[in-house]
Design a protein around this ligand. Structure first.
Ligand code: DC
Length: 219
């Protein structure tokens, strides 16, 4: 491994995206939002009219994606030079990402691309299998969890703040279904690495979680 890597895995809505971004900023390290790669791959497939179950066609596409993370905190995502940062954040894009992420060949096609993000001075890698598959030798692994109810309520609040219509029970249902798919798939299922530190963020503030992660990182 060319640089130290800190991995943060966990289910959607656990707050790992926010924590990963804040940690990367605080440490001055690069950031890998691996979920964005799956979201972008799904978007690129849909734009080309490829069936989301066509693993071979999507893997081929994934191997040649023109994706760049730009901006000060590397959170602006360009696909073929187009800013798709907002487009890939929809519920529909997350759902499509979860479907194509279950294909082994698609995951393999994205593996080296993800590993190449490990560059000096270090990398904070956010995803589902960062500590188990992509960076198994990472010195610090965190698994951030929260109950489906708390994650649903957070998502509901976000949507409300954006003025979007939302149904809390429906959101919690969707979260449970996505968890189930991500945890039950045969390849690289969502789970904590044996050597991961598990943090349940259900009743913690962002600042409390960040402080715990920084302590684990030795800062
Ligand atoms: O973290 P996210 O919500 O942006 O991820 C979207 C989907 O991508 C998620 O439901 C499962 C998949 N994913 C994955 O399988 N492996 C990763 N390392 C990251 C995301």
């Amino acid at each position: 491994m060319s640089a130290p890597v800190l991995t943060i895995d966990g289910p959607s809505g656990s707050g790992k995206g926010t924590i990963a971004r804040l940690l990367a900023k605080r440490l001055g390290w690069h950031l890998l939002d691996s979920g964005a790669l799956y979201r972008i791959t799904a978007l690129a497939a849909q734009r080309r009219g490829i069936d989301l179950q066509d693993a071979a066609a999507i893997a081929k596409l994934a191997a040649h994606l023109d994706v760049r993370f730009v901006g000060e905190d590397e959170t602006c995502v360009l696909l073929d030079g187009e800013d798709v940062s907002l487009l890939i954040r929809s519920e529909q894009a997350g759902e499509a990402a979860s479907v194509i992420a279950a294909h082994r060949s698609v995951r393999e096609a994205l593996l080296e691309f993800q590993r190449d993000f490990a560059a000096a001075p270090g990398l904070v890698a956010d995803g589902r299998d960062m500590g188990t598959v992509v960076f198994p030798d990472a010195p610090v692994k965190i698994y951030l969890d929260a109950s489906a109810e708390v994650r649903g309520a957070r998502r509901y609040k976000q949507l409300n703040e954006k003025g979007l219509d939302a149904n809390l029970a429906q959101i919690i249902d969707d979260i449970r279904r996505r968890d189930e798919r991500d945890m039950q798939r045969a390849v690289a299922p969502l789970k904590a690495a044996d050597d991961a530190h598990v943090i349940d963020s259900s009743f913690l503030t962002v600042e409390q979680v960040l402080a715990e992660c920084l302590a684990l990182a030795g800062v």
